[in-house]
Design a protein around this ligand. Structure first.
Ligand code: SF4
Ligand code: SF4
Length: 382
């Protein structure tokens, strides 16, 4: 396998016309990006039933499936595990996904987002057994699951199903490599022990890695002024032997071009670079208020519809720039235009959905304290 084959187009963060409306995909720009990506010899598209409010698959159908021969591209799609209520749902969702994409087989098919609560849903619906049959009857060429929990659960799933699976998709990046909640290193080692390929999601931790405080940006410039921060993060993942695919979510043409360059001229990280990234990870973690990857999985679960990720993003930026008052204005605007963070009722429903295992209500309380806005779930502070 060449390094070029490791670059996948992640279709969870496509360009949007309206940044507040995930269904408003900028189809024209996405199509231009697809053409450049394909022209340069890349061919893997990763989507799910849920991305972009359920329209990512149809955007791929228009930009890729209807414009390129089927054998020239690969598509990975994922079962919406959280929506499974019975065995019958497996087939219902698979048929719908094939129809949305306009294809009759998947190159890769995953059970989406396995964590403790959703693993139970997949078990009840016998989804792993169903996915095994998909491979046997040619509906999927390779099968596996995407994973958002700790190594204990991963071991349990692999011990039970690892013998017929091909791939595990892990959140893996240099920030999460030794993180005690994500356990990327341990999870990677477990997959290797079971002889499975590792596909990588969130190589930039949803943008956290490429938008660090100024001080860290300057450290990167000083270390190598010619290379982007993203290129280091992608090379970290691609340098791992058992990583066979790295998904990059790209909403801007310049990101696509930079990533194409990284994979066309791929260089394995040397010792000096690895040491430097280790230092940058320590530094970034010590300055990050909340390790939110802005994946958005929590939003739909929240009965109050609090824009959780947007609050955490503002909090992170504001904590690193204490001298600036501008973020208080953004905070007030977000509360006025959407839903105030203080509306959190501490119901904890969102906790099962958080891919980063963040204590969301606890952190929202801190956000309110930071911006000095009362928090209804904690009357003493209101
Ligand atoms: S704990 Fe707060 S943020 Fe989480 S679902 Fe409940 S109301 Fe929403
Ligand atoms: S709080 Fe958790 S689930 Fe919500 S956007 Fe951030 S990382 Fe994703």
């Amino acid at each position: 396998m060449t390094f070029k084959e490791k670059f996948g187009f992640g279709c969870m963060r496509l360009p949007q016309i309206d940044k507040n409306d995930p269904t408003s995909i900028d189809q024209e720009l996405f199509t231009q990006m697809v053409d450049i990506y394909m022209e340069k010899g890349f061919n893997y598209f990763d989507t799910s039933y849920a991305y972009h409010g359920g329209v990512s698959e149809s955007a791929i159908r228009k930009a890729v499936v209807e414009r390129y021969p089927r054998e020239s591209f690969k598509i990975c799609d994922k079962m919406p595990t959280w929506a499974l209520t019975s065995k019958k749902d497996n087939e219902k969702f698979v048929d719908e996904m094939l129809e949305r994409l306009g294809i009759d087989y998947f190159d890769v098919f995953f059970v989406h987002n396995i964590n403790v609560p959703w693993y139970k849903l997949a078990e009840n619906a016998k989804t792993f057994e169903y996915v095994k049959k998909m491979k046997e009857n040619g509906k999927a060429k390779k099968i596996g699951f995407s994973f958002h929990d700790n190594s204990k659960l991963l071991k349990e799933v692999l011990d039970k199903y690892g013998d017929f699976l091909d791939i595990v998709q892990l959140e893996l990046n240099y920030l999460d490599w030794e993180d005690s909640a994500i356990e990327a290193h341990k999870c990677y080692d477990l997959c290797v022990e079971h002889g499975l390929d590792v596909y990588v999601m969130e190589p930039l931790k949803g943008g956290v890695i490429v938008n660090p405080p100024e001080e860290i940006k300057n450290d990167f410039k000083e270390f190598n002024p010619d290379k982007s921060i993203a290129s280091f993060a992608l090379r970290f993942c691609g340098s791992l032997e058992h990583v066979k695919m790295i998904l990059c979510g790209m909403s801007r043409m310049e990101d696509l071009l930079d990533n194409c360059d990284t994979f066309e001229n791929f260089e394995v990280l040397n010792d000096e670079e690895s040491e430097f990234l280790e230092k940058m990870a320590e530094k970034l973690y010590s300055q990050l208020a909340v390790p939110c990857s802005e994946c958005g999985y929590c939003i739909d679960s929240c009965s109050e519809k609090i824009p959780i990720a947007e609050f955490f993003s503002l909090y992170n930026i504001s904590k690193n720039q204490p001298e600036s008052n501008i973020y208080k204005n953004y905070f007030d605007k977000l509360c006025d235009e959407k839903v105030p963070a203080k509306n959190c009722t501490d119901c904890k429903t969102c906790l099962d959905y958080c891919t980063q295992h963040i204590d969301i209500p606890g952190e929202l309380k801190k956000v309110c304290e930071h911006f000095k806005d009362g928090f209804s779930a904690y009357p003493d502070n209101s």
